[in-house]
Design a protein around this ligand. Structure first.
Ligand SMILES: NC(=O)c1ccc[n+]([C@@H]2O[C@H](COP(=O)([O-])OP(=O)(O)OC[C@H]3O[C@@H](n4cnc5c(N)ncnc54)[C@H](OP(=O)(O)O)[C@@H]3O)[C@@H](O)[C@H]2O)c1
Length: 314
């Protein structure tokens, strides 16, 4: 089968189309004939090789979410799944391929396309549980830092349902307008210098700017670090919290890895039909063939993307 692998960590030219053996479903897994592959910011982080300690290696087929038809099942999986169209999580890599195996999967409801499913299936639960991790409550103020990616877009839409104050950071006024259409009430530049304080900050960026965002927490405010698209923060960033001790501010990290698959599945089973009803909008930036994975990554690196790129094997 055709697949794409990371031949060399670094820029997108390190991605190459390869001929790989078709995977076989192990016990508890399904084999999916892939129709859509979600390309997220995390894939760019993996490709750069900066997450070495997480077990990523050169030669890896990247990507972690696909949607398509189940064509075989491993031991212990009901054969009734064969023929059903599912969203599936492939774990550490394996998604940029014509066939993928997965042990976490959710059936698509009528009316949800595989392309839309891969914009929601990963990002939706991350946004849901990250907001919960920050104890975000209806009516509280929220800042989503780095909101133009799939995580931020989902967080804005979920929070908008509670009709509070929702600010976003983006370098692009055009992306800011699109975020307003999805529910943001305030658009700030990347520094958010003009903004006052928030009850909850969802931070997808981290990087050297993180300490200045700790200063933007209200009394009892909570900053939840969800991503590192801007790199790691300075090592002593915690001093910023101690310096404002009297304000009872908190810093937390959040990873979906700590949420049991049964809970993620429950959220997907609620969010997929919500998308069919038009209550959540899947935002697809563009669709490219699998063989153009490097182009999708190059365009992500150039910062033009709003939402998800989707790859389709053809
Ligand atoms: N916690 C979890 O469970 C979990 C799960 C999946 C992924 N992740 C993490 O989430 C991140 C990817 O999320 P995503 O796909 O939503 O993000 P993304 O699309 O890669 O980036 C989000 C936005 O951040 C802004 N940005 C990029 N570089 C920046 C910088 N240096 N300074 C300030 N803003 C910058 C860009 O918007 P503008 O240009 O408009 O400002 C970009 O659209 C990765 O770090 C990944 O590891 C975490």
């Amino acid at each position: 089968m055709r697949a794409v692998s990371i031949q060399k960590f670094g820029d997108p030219s390190g991605l190459a189309v390869i001929d790989a053996p078709e995977p076989k479903p192990a016990a508890g897994q399904v084999l999916v004939e892939v129709e859509a592959i979600g390309v997220g910011g995390v894939d760019a982080v993996v490709r750069r090789g900066t997450l070495g300690s997480y077990g990523f290696r050169e030669g890896l087929v990247p990507g972690s979410e696909v949607a398509g038809r189940v064509v075989a099942v491993g031991e212990g999986v009901d054969a009734a799944w064969i023929g059903r169209v599912v969203w599936a999580f492939t774990g550490v890599g394996g998604a940029y391929a014509e066939y993928a195996v997965a042990d976490a999967f959710t059936a698509l409801p009528e009316g949800l396309s595989p392309v839309d499913a891969v914009t929601l299936g990963g990002a939706g639960p991350v946004a849901h549980f990250a907001l919960a991790h920050g104890h975000f409550a209806p009516g509280e103020s929220l800042l989503v830092r780095g909101a133009a990616g799939s995580l931020g877009i989902m967080a804005v839409q979920l929070a908008a349902a509670t009709a509070g104050r929702i600010a976003v950071t983006t370098s692009s006024p055009a992306r800011g307008e699109r975020l307003r259409e999805l529910g943001a009430t305030e658009v700030l530049d990347r520094s958010a210098a003009a903004a006052d304080e928030f009850d909850v900050i969802l931070d997808i960026v981290a990087g050297p700017g993180l300490p200045s965002f700790l200063d933007k927490l209200a009394d009892n405010g909570r900053l939840v670090a969800v991503g590192v698209v801007g790199g790691y923060p300075p090592e002593d960033f915690g001093m910023r919290l101690l310096a404002s001790f009297q304000r009872s501010r908190s810093f937390a990290t959040f990873s979906l890895n700590t949420v049991p698959e049964s809970a993620r599945h429950t959220v997907r089973e609620a969010q997929f039909p919500a998308a069919v009803r038009g209550e959540l909008r899947p935002v697809v930036h563009g669709i490219l063939p699998l063989t153009k994975a490097a182009e999708a990554h190059r365009r992500m690196d150039e910062g033009e993307v709003f939402g998800r790129f989707v790859l389709t094997p053809q």
